[in-house]
Ligand binder design. Structure first.
Ligand code: F6P
Length: 327
């Protein structure tokens, strides 16, 4: 294989997710195997603008496959949204002799990447790294599996205390625009109801579900609320329920950023390693502005714009399954 690249860069951007370190490691080691020098860019687009770009050697990525977070740091860059910011970033990249970049992140990262490619014709390959799982062109995103398991572990514990005190718990999980974590954590923990941004939430339905549960003898309940649900977050939903029916001993638990941390699961480590390898291979093959994902165990290249433009399909029929199984 003829390799035109001599130097490439890698960064992580947006909300961090478990497995990002494993992906960086895979990019660095794959590139080095092909004789390509790799530069790590700190804090995503911020580091591109501030010229925080350092060469990474194999030993720099040893011992990180099991670590959560991202050792390169991450950020949501406002400056990269401006033409001036992108101009500076481009100059820094060219001065370093970098000819292509692997960008690991979610929708914001890919939006920036595709604008950068359009403006400068600069090759940039995206890897889906977000706990939200809201990216098209891959079955799952790097970090989603770990986050889901973290949430399940937390809800299992909440269930214990909910049962002991006969309480109704509203548990808020992450997902500004997507309900993947809420839906699948709900099924996996047997939650009494699951409220997600992809469907309209009706208070009447929720009240019926709660009363039905009570009638059948259930003394406690877990309602999972994705943070982006149309009725609001867990505190708002709990308050609205209380206005209608004050008979419950209610508590709210917002799981927050613990969902983004922690050692990546086996699934995320393997996915990140394979996609990291494939990202470098994609650059070498000549892909210019694509995301590398995996669908049905096959590597798939999706134009960056499509990965974020096409709405990700959540399987709404699973809500029905969840309801059938929890009552
Ligand atoms: O992008 C992932 C995500 O976890 C969203 O679900 C959440 O809304 C957001 O990040 C919060 O991110 P931050 O607090 O870092 O702005």
């Amino acid at each position: 294989m003829k390799i035109k690249y001599k130097k490439i860069g890698v960064f992580t951007s947006g909300g961090d997710s478990p497995g990002m370190n494993a992906a960086i490691r895979a990019v660095v080691r794959t590139a080095m195997n092909y004789g390509i020098t790799v530069y790590g860019i700190e804090r995503g687009y911020e580091g591109l603008i501030d010229n925080k770009i350092v060469e990474l050697k194999s030993k720099d990525v040893s011992g990180i496959i099991q670590r959560g977070g991202t050792f390169l740091g991450s950020a949501r860059s406002q400056r990269f949204r401006t033409a001036e910011g992108r101009e500076i970033a481009y100059k820094n990249v060219i001065n370093k002799g970098i000819e292509g970049i692997v960008a690991i992140g979610g929708d914001g990262t890919f939006t920036g990447a595709s604008i950068f490619h359009k403006e400068f014709k600069f090759p940039i390959i995206g890897l889906p790294g977000t706990i939200d799982n809201d990216i098209s062109g891959t079955d799952i995103t790097i970090g989603y599996d770990t986050a889901l398991n973290t949430v399940i572990e937390a809800i299992d514990k909440i269930k214990d205390t909910a049962g002991s005190h006969n309480r109704l718990f509203f548990v808020e999980v992450m997902g500004r625009d997507a309900g993947f974590i809420a839906l699948n954590a709900g099924i996996a923990t047997g939650a009494e109801d699951i409220l997600i941004p992809e469907t309209v939430t009706y208070m009447d339905d929720l009240i019926i579900t709660l009363r039905e549960n009570k009638r059948k003898g259930k003394t406690s309940a877990i309602i999972i609320v994705a943070e982006g649900d149309d009725m609001g977050g867990a505190y708002e939903v709990a308050a609205k329920v209380k206005e209608i029916d004050n008979s419950y001993s209610t508590r709210v638990s917002v799981l927050g950023h613990m969902q983004r941390g922690g050692s990546p699961s086996a699934t995320d480590r393997v996915l990140a390693s394979v996609l990291g390898y494939e990202a470098v291979t994609a650059l070498i093959k000549g892909y210019q502005c694509h995301m590398v994902g995996q669908i049905d165990k096959k590597i798939v290249y999706t134009p960056l714009e499509d990965a974020i433009k096409t709405p990700t399909q959540i399987d709404k029929s699973k809500l029905k399954i969840a309801r059938f199984l929890s009552v």
